[in-house]
Design a protein around this ligand. Sequence first.
Ligand code: FPP
Ligand code: MG
Length: 335
Amino acid sequence: MTAQNQPALALPVVDEELATRLQARMAEVEEALTGHIVSEADFVTTAARHLMNAGGKRFRPLLVLLAAETGPNAASDDVVTAACVVELTHLASLYHDDVMDEADLRRGADSANSRWDNHVAILTGDFLFSKSSELTADLGADAVRIQAKTFTKLVEGQILETLVPAPDADPIAHHLRVVAGKTGSLIATSALYGARFAGAPREIEDALAAYGEIVGAAFQLSDDILDIASESDESGKTPGTDLREGVPTLPVLLAQRSADPADARLLELLGTDLDDDVRHAEALELLRAHPAMNEARAYVVARATEAKELLKVLPEGPVRIALEGFADLVATRTA
Ligand code: FPP
Ligand code: MG
């Protein structure tokens, strides 16, 4: 706990006044979220609160609040509602994602599919998405349109991930499209919503939306690097899951471009089903030591730098510094 007895922010904010304000606003978001996830059926409330109570960094609502600091009405109720909309949409997608990935762990807790079953996980995701949609309606028709388009991109990204790119397509370009859709879209909307509902000028709204899309993609790419690099389940997820499930990630795609004979064993393993524990462990070890890991990290850092360039439309000061810090944190995260 920090000043005013509020939980610490997932982002270190240097300016004390800004940090205190954001912490207080995050506490409001947290309380609102708990209130929104209530069903007439107690079991649905329990299942829906399961992952929310398990933790999570709350990056998306925090970005809404931070982006709102660029406008004159950062303290408006609509900003808190928008923060709840993005977190509930994200939470809903996690319930579905863990079914698709057959994941056992999420946020250090049993995933809903493992705690209950796939049906409960899917329907709880639907319930959370419906709650998010109800709240979006309170924000007006434009917000509903933005949310609908965001959701289209998110689902398209998730579907594209399950498809093998056409033989003449660049697998890395395909992957970056997947990442922009499944993660960049909602993080872009988080930044846009913050600016919009705080009444920031259009130029700032556009810059923040573009910044959010890049930071969001970088966030996902870092997440995928961590899935390979982390030794334990410190991320609250089981490491190596993408590899086991055969989900393509940037380090794997970069390694697969190698023509170095020393990579023959890794490439052979990557071309097979890695559900087998021994082969999975061998592939993970070879991949961790492969230069593709640093190449992927360098790509993420370059994207974060690109995102920070877009912030030049903002006046210099604590909010811009915090948004720059957000991009840096995403690029270099270790958990
Ligand atoms: C995490 O990816 C997943 C997403 C960013 C989005 C998933 C979206 C869906 C499943 C569609 C949701 C549909 C509804 C109706 C709510 P990941 O598996 O790469 O990340 P992880 O390591 O956190 O699991
Ligand atoms: Mg997953």
